[in-house]
Design a protein around this ligand. Structure first.
Ligand SMILES: Cc1ncc(COP(=O)(O)O)c(C=O)c1O
Length: 375
């Protein structure tokens, strides 16, 4: 189906940046097939500068990067990690694959992120880390979590997969966590044309372990013939072609984030006075919007109506992860997540991509208003 309002118009942007993109990729194919190392290092430096943190390590995907982050923080067998039930399977999957146990905490109704007031009740003597998720691009209150983590000696691994471009308390996301992961999968606010992720941290030791695990466990700067391995690592760096693409796109991120926010401001104003409940944010929070996750009555009818009208709405993070087959019996207390469970029944995600025209946004408002009036 060709959508009137699609989730992504990235190919259109790529066409506008075509010469620059090809200038980055072609040398990798036709001149220096080993040039990926330098490209990745340039992207890491540029991303660290953009975020204002000391270290950035580029990895193959958000999913593997979360696993690497947990391992680099020493989270493993016997540990408990407090996270949320409204996320991607990657979040809980990474925790379990690291050998730890996810403990689910409910979320704030206004912004859909972990509720710091409820975290303390989930802490046990096995708790080793908190793993907040900046869902849909909404910053979790990691500053509030930092105070709790410091009291209990916990690490914070922030899942900012959906939040490239968002800020909180005047800083890009990552300032209050031990490690933060940004994903570059194609539908993310800074998307590649494949997979990709960046891990950012201010901690020198954690950064060294991240690098080690991403790169085979190899000791750095070994002379030829004196190669040494100081860990059994993985081989999961960011693909070079995606690094070349992202180097071209990164300088545009702030402008694209501003456009995402402007589209959401128009939608919010246009949906005022309807049955839709739009998210509300703390005053310090400057979210980005991978999509606009609004709460509506008769969600499934609205979702189908939007799609029938050519608007590529989706329903993200529903059902909650507790209902997935793979987790049957794994979270016996899932009824203790009333907000998570309710949001999963009410949220529909309107498509947001910076290329959307004002008339596409107006069409989305009118269609949503008409559908809401009819339910
Ligand atoms: C909240 C969240 N965390 C982690 C991931 C995993 O990222 P990736 O797709 O880069 O593996 C996703 C992907 O959609 C996500 O939405």
């Amino acid at each position: 189906m060709s959508w009137k309002v699609p989730r992504s118009l990235a190919a259109q942007t790529h066409r506008q940046l075509r010469d620059e993109i090809l200038a980055g990729i072609e040398p990798l194919l036709f001149e220096d097939i080993n040039g990926g190392y330098a490209l990745r290092a340039r992207l890491e430096a540029a991303f660290a500068a953009e975020i204002g943190l000391k270290h950035a390590v580029a990895a193959h995907s958000g999913t593997v990067a979360l696993f690497i982050a947990l391992r680099a923080c020493g989270i493993g067998a016997g540990a408990e990690v407090i996270t949320v039930g409204n996320s991607d399977i990657s979040t809980t999957g990474a925790i379990r694959q690291a050998g730890a146990r996810p403990v689910l905490c409910d979320v704030r109704e206004q912004e859909y992120t972990i509720d710091p007031d409820l975290v303390a009740a989930s802490i046990s003597e096995k708790t080793s880390a908190l793993l907040p998720v900046d869902l849909h691009g909404h910053p979790a209150d990691v500053k509030a979590l930092r105070a709790i983590a410091d009291r209990h000696g916990l690490k914070i691994i922030e899942d900012a997969a959906l939040a490239s471009g968002a800020r909180d308390y005047g800083a890009p996301l990552g300032a209050f966590a031990d490690v933060t992961m940004y994903s570059f999968a194609p539908f993310k606010p800074l998307g590649s044309a494949g997979n990709g992720a960046m891990l950012v941290t201010n901690d020198d030791d954690i950064a060294a372990r991240l690098r080690l695990l991403v790169g085979y466990g190899a000791a750095q700067a070994a002379e030829m013939g004196a190669q040494d391995y100081i860990a059994e690592g993985y081989n999961v760096p960011l693909d070079s072609v995606q690094a070349a693409l992202l180097l071209v796109k990164l300088p545009h991120l702030a402008k694209w984030t501003a456009r995402r926010r402007a589209i959401v401001a128009a939608l919010e104003a246009g949906l005022a006075g309807t049955g839709a409940v739009t998210p509300r944010f703390r005053p310090e929070s400057a979210p980005t919007f991978r999509s606009y996750a609004i709460r509506v009555p008769a969600r499934d009818r609205i979702y189908r109506g939007l799609r029938a009208a050519g608007i590529e709405a989706v329903v993200h993070y529903a059902p909650p992860i507790t209902r997935y087959t793979v987790y049957a019996g794994a979270f016996p207390n899932s009824e203790r997540l009333p907000v998570t469970n309710r949001l999963a029944e009410e949220i529909v995600n309107l498509p947001i991509t910076p290329e959307l025209t004002d008339s596409a946004v107006k069409y989305m408002i009118k269609t949503t208003r008409d559908l809401l009036r009819a339910v």
